[in-house]
Design a protein around this ligand. Sequence first.
Ligand SMILES: [Zn+2]
Length: 248
Amino acid sequence: MTLSDDELDRYARQIVLPQLGGVGQRKLKEARIAVVGAGGIGSAVIPALAGAGAGHLTIIDDDIVEAGNLHRQQIYRERDIGYSKADLALQFVQRLNHHVSAQPIQARIDADNARDLLAGHRLVIDGSDNFATRLAVSDGCVALGIPLLSAAAVQYQGQVGLFLHQPCYRCFVGDAFDAEDCDSCAEHGVLGAVPAAVGSFAAMLALNSISGVGDSQFGQVHLFDGEKLTWRAMRIPADPACRACGSA
Ligand SMILES: [Zn+2]
């Protein structure tokens, strides 16, 4: 896949980076990425990926914009209240970068539809707000052999982890969260800048992973503490009894 003169000009400030270069930029252009959740995490991930020239974004969200989203979901405006987040995120991408294609899917991912919706992507980035969705996304990624970048933020805390095969996200959190309860922002609150910081970090990791910059991050989780303002990395052990990846 080649880059047009327009693209070479547009991405010049990052193509000049020796770590990325034209080779990395072409890898970004070839990438089909699924973004699950166009909320606080998605509002940071989507602009960063679209701006950087990630070739295709599938944006999956069944929600509409509410006034209480606007303090942290920065791709939306007051006039967007009541409208589909997936459709609005598509419009955002189209206005930002016409070289990027995007497909909005108004659906909630569950165990029944996860594989169909996620198949064919180079990377899945999950910024959904509940464990039932996150685990369905993770199990789908394990079954399909697609890398999963899972990102979450609540209160002043955040986490970002990259998984492929084993260990998986389910090894990290266990089976106790399959119910639709979760630590959602609605129940526990979240400072708007926290998902912005965590989502930007996730986007960084996604761009590095796709373009081949830096060391492998698989099986590593990064924890953000928004009060101490620190990041900490930890390696996740595989759970031999994990019902998603254990028998793989
Ligand atoms: Zn597992």
